[in-house]
Design a protein around this ligand. Structure first.
Ligand SMILES: Nc1ncnc2c1ncn2[C@@H]1O[C@H](COP(=O)(O)OP(=O)(O)O)[C@@H](O)[C@H]1O
Ligand SMILES: [Mg+2]
Length: 337
């Protein structure tokens, strides 16, 4: 049996329908009306032990709702879910022992007590043996660089410190499954890096199954072999990141700023087959190209022959673009790969 198995799992929420203004509010008091808002349409999901899966999609796609059903926080509207052999929302205590969960938007730490005291409370709650606790704590403090803030209360921590503390807290009891909902949102790159290294180590060395939602392509690249894309409550892709990238990242685009990009330059670029020019303003333009036919330095040096380049940047392909492309019909992931 797979470690996570969901069959036809769905979730709807009741949403109040109100007309605007005071009259609408009064009417709602007397005769409230509701509609069903479907957050997750019936979906099947199978995840094997030790996998590291990125679960991505635009805002409102249904990512958090899925994770909350898998963690047992939300009761599904239909379907079945089994996590490590048990039904998470029916056996909440047993389930808690086998999962760690971090929600980037809020903390599981006690707000007013020092982090180390929160950890110690978790030790009692999860009945973590002394030796396990001590060895995990030492390792997490070291790897996540928590020494400088472990005696402060959660209230006093920066976002990056708080995320590190939350991550450590979720793993003290050695759960075989770790859910991370936007764990790197709003963090600077050095903290992101620490967190990624840590998750990677836990996944590789302990074989902890990781399911991660993120908007950061770097997180996915560093951590996940498998990518699941969800939109409007439906899974629209389930496969490797490599496949998506190979296909999608074929086209690259470089934006240039030049004091006076000459007409000669534009003629040359337009004439070259495989280069596409977009003039954006008097001083700005971009060139798109197939990365299998041109290198970036190739394109930049062609431009530099024609004058001083003030600035240039390469457009990064973000996961949002992949999803947008799928939805605009520009990229049918299942057909084309
Ligand atoms: N408690 C709730 N009550 C009503 N609607 C909700 C609730 N939670 C989420 N939704 C709605 O369900 C949809 C999916 O939300 P969510 O799972 O949070 O998306 P994501 O995490 O992908 O951004 C959204 O349209 C959201 O407004
Ligand atoms: Mg969310």
């Amino acid at each position: 049996m797979s470690i996570i198995e969901a069959r036809q799992l769905s979730k709807s929420f009741q949403q109040a329908v109100k007309d605007s203004g005071l009259k609408g509010a009064m009417k709602h008091l007397v005769a409230p009306k509701y509609i069903d808002k479907i957050a997750v349409k019936p979906l099947d999901l199978t995840i094997e032990a030790g996998e590291s899966v990125a679960y991505v999609g635009p805002n409102g796609a249904g990512k958090s709702t899925t994770i909350k059903m898998l963690t047992g926080i939300l009761v599904p509207s239909s379907g079945t879910v089994t996590v490590n052999g048990i039904n998470p929302h029916k056996k909440r205590m047993e389930n808690a022992q086998q999962i760690g969960a971090v929600f980037g938007q809020r903390t599981q730490l006690w707000w007013d007590i020092p982090i180390i005291e929160s950890f110690s409370l978790l030790k009692d709650i999860y009945q973590i043996p002394d030796l396990t606790y001590k060895s995990n704590l030492d390792q997490f403090v070291e790897m996540l660089g928590m020494n400088e803030f472990i005696h402060l209360s959660a209230r006093k921590l920066s976002l990056g410190q708080r995320m590190r503390a939350d991550l450590a807290a979720s793993l003290l009891h050695n759960p075989p499954i770790l859910y991370l909902d936007e764990p790197t949102i709003g963090l600077d790159i050095s903290v992101k890096q620490k967190i990624r290294e840590f998750i990677k180590k836990i996944n590789q060395e302990q074989r902890t199954t990781v399911m991660l939602t993120t908007h950061d392509l770097g997180d996915i690249e560093d951590l996940c072999q498998r990518l699941i894309i969800i939109d409007h409550g439906c899974i629209i892709y389930d496969g490797s990141l490599e496949q998506v990238k190979r296909h999608f990242a074929k086209e690259r685009r470089i934006f240039f700023q030049m004091a006076s990009p000459g007409p000669q330059l534009f003629t040359e670029i337009t004439a070259a087959s495989g280069l596409k020019l977009d003039v954006l303003s008097e001083m700005e333009f971009s060139i798109s190209f197939d990365r299998y036919h041109f290198t970036a330095s190739d394109v930049v040096s062609r431009v530099m022959k024609h004058g001083e380049v003030l600035d240039f940047r390469m457009e990064e392909s973000s996961i949002e673009e992949v999803i947008k492309a799928v939805y605009d019909g520009n990229l049918d992931l299942n057909q084309t790969m």
